[in-house]
Design a protein around this ligand. Structure first.
Ligand code: IMP
Ligand code: MG
Length: 178
């Protein structure tokens, strides 16, 4: 365990098993259709890579860079598009792949933006959900795990850009961010 981590919340084995289930669910729901999976950089990268290997469909990839946090742990309540999609999404089945839904601001704003581009469908797949922190009405269509109101890192999730490479998801020691 990393010295800055207080407690492991989800082991890599637990994550792998759940990611497989999510991929199988998506495969079943979109049977016979193609999907565009949109990974939100950088936090969703690790999840995205594992998820797509469990989706047995005609899949395309795209990525966006969206920020609402800067380097701290509190949301600004605003979303900024730093890198947009490479292609139009009109008529496509789009699945946004995100690391965590916290206040919900990021995905609520992103969803509103992408809906103006007339996709055939738009769903959200988030590995984690912190429902107790929600400030706006927003639900993930596919959610891996609900987590308590703690700052978590690993498996793509960072604090100030660190810890993304840890294979498990753990609770960061409060003294690291206070
Ligand atoms: P929201 O707009 O508040 O829902 O923020 C979502 C974004 O905040 C995620 O994409 C993460 O980058 C970041 N975030 C929220 N909670 C955590 C956490 O516990 N650990 C790491 N990043 C987090
Ligand atoms: Mg982040």
């Amino acid at each position: 365990m990393h010295q800055d981590v207080k407690e492991i919340l989800l082991t890599s084995d637990q994550i792998a098993a759940r990611v497989k289930e999510l991929g199988e669910q998506i495969t079943e729901d979109y049977k016979g259709q193609s999907v565009l999976m949109v990974g939100i950089l950088r936090g969703a990268v690790v999840f995205f890579a594992d998820l797509v290997k469990n989706v047995d469909l005609d899949v395309r990839f795209d990525f966006m860079v969206v920020s609402s946090y800067g380097n701290g742990a509190e949301s600004s309540g605003e979303v900024r598009i730093d890198k947009d999609l490479a292609q139009p999404i009109e008529g496509m089945n789009v699945i946004i792949v995100e690391d965590i839904i916290d206040t919900g601001y990021t995905l609520k704003n992103l969803k509103r933006l992408l809906l103006t581009r007339n996709p055939a469908s738009l769903k959200i797949c988030s590995l984690l959900d912190k429902p107790s922190r929600r400030k706006v009405e927003l639900e993930g269509d596919y959610v891996g795990f609900a987590v308590p109101n703690e700052f978590v890192v690993g498996y793509g999730l960072d604090y100030a850009e660190k810890y993304r490479n840890l294979p498990d998801i753990g609770i960061l020691k409060p003294e690291i961010y206070s």
